[in-house]
Every structure is written in C-alpha cells, then in structure tokens.
Design a binder for this molecule. Structure first.
Ligand code: ZN
Length: 231
C-alpha cells in the first residue's frame, strides 16, 4: 500500500508526497503557510501554473535549499524562472503534453492542461495533472470553469481535484460546483480563497452544495493541514 500525503500550504500552494519517495510542490506562495521557504527539504519538483506572483511565490528561495529540484512550467515561464532563480535545468512543457519523472522506482506523470486565466504575457496560464501510481491529482491553477474539465476528469481518471473557489480572479463557489460535476473526482480540496479580502469565500457552503449535488467528498483544510490518501 502507498500513501499520498497532500498538504495545503494556503492559497494555491500544495506539497504532495508519494510514500516519502517523491516530493512535489505546486505554486509555492507561502504567505499563509506555517512552513516557510527554508524549511522545505528533499523537494524533487516545483510546478508553477502561471506567472502571477501569488503562484510563483518563493520558488527561487526553495530552490536554494533544494539544488536538485526542478522547475516545471509552460516553456516560456520555466525558462524565465530558471534565469531569475539562477538555475540551469528546467522542464519546459506545454498544454496537452506529459512528462514522466522517475525516482526511487516510482514513475510520476506530469501533464499540463489548459486554464482560462492570464499569465503576465509569459506563456499561458495552465493547470497540472499529477499522476502517481494509482492516484491522480488535478491542480486547476487559477481558472474559470470550462467544458474541457469533463475531458480532463475522464482522460486522467482524476481522484482528487484542487479547485479555486475565491471568485474575483478565478471561479467562485457557484462555478466550482459546476466544475466538480464536470470532473467527477472522488475528492475535492478547495483553494485560492480567504488569503485576501477580495477572495473571501465560505468553504463550508461549497462543501454543502457539492455534497448535495454529487457523490464527491469535499475536504476542507486549514493552511499547514494535510490529508493522506491510501492507494
Ligand atoms: Zn493568477
């Protein structure tokens, strides 16, 4: 049996740990995180969905303590960040593509998917599907709801979706409930809410509406809290 530990670091930042063998950070903006940039060890990959500062976050600081970690982003952003952080290697991808990462006998697939959002003119805004053996996670990035979410759920057999609910810059609760209906994951963790006044949202209302309309379970975390999934 394997364990997938999913830690919410506040906003859109997550730490994903597969059985203590593979460690992936997504959008490490740590303003609400009890764990600070210099406390991250053994990071393999840092996935960045788009160029906004509340998603790039502390990528460069984390790389300083994790020189083996690789930036994974859309090509233009990966190249831009590697220069900014002073690292040579990066994984530049694009939408629809998959990159396979092998470490400690574990193969993890990273697929870049679309998002309807902006990205400072550096590449396009994206989401990621992270497929560990037997467990698939969709991090939607910043996005509105879009019909292609149905295909993402189906193609990659998404079991856990990480979805923004804060509105103003992304989907709000009403749209995110529709996103859950399209993706049909087993679990959802809401993100991108209550970091700032502009994105205030009630995760309990989201949970109530999703669980009334679908068989998906909503897991509400506080920044720094985690949920472990067994596969
Ligand atoms: Zn954004």
């Amino acid at each position: 049996m394997a364990e997938v530990k999913v830690i919410w670091l506040g906003h859109a930042a997550f730490e994903l740990d597969y059985n203590g063998k593979v460690k992936i950070l997504v959008d490490p903006f740590l303003v609400a995180s009890p764990k600070k940039a210099d406390e991250f060890k053994d990071v393999d990959l840092i996935l960045v969905t788009h160029a906004h500062q509340d998603h790039v976050g502390e990528t460069c600081e984390i790389l300083k303590n994790n020189p083996k970690a690789k930036i994974v982003a859309i090509y233009e952003l990966a190249s831009h960040l590697s220069e900014k952080c002073g690292v040579k290697e990066f994984i530049g991808m694009n939408i629809g593509g998959t990159w396979k990462f092998k470490k400690n006998g574990v193969e993890t697939s990273i697929t870049q998917v679309e998002a309807t959002h902006s990205s400072m003119g550096i590449g396009a805004a994206t989401g990621f599907v992270i497929r560990f053996p037997g467990f698939s996670i969709y991090h939607a990035g910043d996005t509105g709801v879009f019909p292609g979410m149905e295909l993402i759920g189906k193609l990659y057999n998404v079991r856990l979706a990480l979805l923004p609910i804060g509105s103003h810059f992304t989907m709000g609760i009403e749209e995110a409930v529709e996103a859950v209906k399209l993706i049909k994951p087993e679990y959802v963790i809401p993100m991108h809410y209550n970091t700032f006044d502009l994105i205030k949202a009630d995760p309990n209302l989201f949970k109530e509406l999703v669980e009334e309309a679908t068989s998906t379970r909503v897991i509400i975390l506080n920044p720094g809290e985690s949920n472990t999934f067994f596969v």
